[in-house]
Design a protein around this ligand. Sequence first.
Ligand SMILES: Cc1cc2nc3c(=O)[nH]c(=O)nc-3n(C[C@H](O)[C@H](O)[C@H](O)COP(=O)(O)OP(=O)(O)OC[C@H]3O[C@@H](n4cnc5c(N)ncnc54)[C@H](O)[C@@H]3O)c2cc1C
Ligand code: FES
Length: 275
Amino acid sequence: MSLQQIYDVEARIISVSNVRGKVYKMAIDAPEIAGTAKPMQFVNVALGDSTDPLLRRPFSLSGIYPDRGIIEITWAVVGRGTEIMAGWQAGQSVKVLGPLGNGLDIANLCLDHGLILVAGGTGLAPLFPPASQALARKAEVNVFYGARSADDLLDTGDLVTGCRLHLATEDGSTGFEGLVTDLLEAHLGVQGTGDNGKPTVISCGPKPMLKQVKHICNRHGFPLLVSLEERMACGYGVCQGCAVPSAGRKSGYYRVCTDGPVFWADDIDLGECTR
Ligand SMILES: Cc1cc2nc3c(=O)[nH]c(=O)nc-3n(C[C@H](O)[C@H](O)[C@H](O)COP(=O)(O)OP(=O)(O)OC[C@H]3O[C@@H](n4cnc5c(N)ncnc54)[C@H](O)[C@@H]3O)c2cc1C
Ligand code: FES
């Protein structure tokens, strides 16, 4: 495995926009990162020059545009750091460390029977780049996307035209009323999976959702990749703060920031993860 260079750059913010409710999107001029990042990698964003809040915050790349040297992140305000970021303006500079994590080599995935993406809340953010790369490979891409309510949904307009979108909200304000995993089960029940081959599934979102997706995929025999969003400190393998227990053949722990965030679901013990 070749080591990938990590860049620590002072980058210019190109735009910050409020997608809806507490969800924001930011485009950053960072050619070094945009030129080398893979789908589902992430960056660590510094919140300012002061030591409070001290730690950088990790965000998946929701857009990677090597030709223009631009990366995009999309986030929900959940605490102090993300609130500070929501107040940032175009033209400001921001310290960004990346690309971090293993990311996904879409060329290594079998897409002969299509790709199913299952996301909850901001878990859709890292799935935009793989969706567009899979469509470029002429794969059928079904996206199952859920959130508590319409206000918590990311901008699904960012999904490349050609993806089949299946929306669910817990309060029924948009799409199917209920959990996205119920919608996925209903869809698979109607479509059947008997002679259609096994699509590859990639999922990102809250841990209970990932567990349920794993359960569904195990039942149907679908290969499943999950992207984990553990709390992190360093983001590059030094502090051990992001360890998750392994499952299957390997014993011990994985570091989500370097071994992940993308894992085959069978390699991870989702039952014992902290989130
Ligand atoms: C690899 C990775 C990729 C991520 N990608 C995205 C993304 O694309 N968009 C996005 O909105 N968020 C993403 N996150 C989560 C994001 O990093 C946190 O929401 C953010 O750090 C919270 O910072 P804060 O200062 O606002 O909240 P804090 O004040 O630190 O915490 C506020 C609340 O959020 C919870 N929280 C904080 N960090 C996390 C976390 N990592 N996971 C779960 N709960 C957390 C805390 O327990 C607390 O309840 C990602 C996390 C990781 C590890
Ligand atoms: S966050 Fe430090 S080792 Fe993963």
